[in-house]
Design a protein. Sequence first.
Length: 229
Amino acid sequence: MSSRLLFALMLGAATAGGSVFAGNDPPVFVEGQGSARTNPALAVDVRAQQAIDAATAAALIGALQTRFEGEQIELRLGSTRSERVSLRDLAIRGEADLRFGDSRTWLPVRFEALYDTSAMVVESPHITLGADVADARPASSLPLARLQERIDGAVAAEYQSNTTEVTLGAARIIDDDGRRYLVQARAIARFDGEEAVPMRVRALYDRHSGRWLDPQYVFDDAGYALAAR
């Protein structure tokens, strides 16, 4: 077995579980612990990397299984980078590829997470679909008004003590797996009719069903993402 594990796992093939939330639902918690056994004959640092890779793949699978419930999905783990941030935790950053069961095309994924070196688990990974690309095409032909409604509803649910309004700006198709467009857009969230906060939005548009899948938004000046359910 090589020093880097390449995972092409069907959802549920590794131990993972948890949920995601928006609004008043329970807090996000997804935990992954690798089920693959490492070879004791390998060097210690190689075995440690295999343990990190296995736990990372399990956590990503658990999170994606929740976000795309009912879909058949494969995950292929690519490169990961780790940096110690405490005596116990490593910050993990890396790339992977996601493929739906009805497509032959892989979609790139970026992720960030914490790895607990004591428990050997990765908890609650932050996953971003798609890579930053210069070659993109306009998404003006898609039903962007429905995407705006989804994001607007999620922001309103999160900030119930404020009046909120989201305005979607220019949207681009940045990737395509043959059935689903990956769309990236700029937006503005306005709070109480005054404070305007810039946002970035990403979502998958299923051309067959006409549905927006898993819209995600990030406040540019806050640095966090929330699933728009």
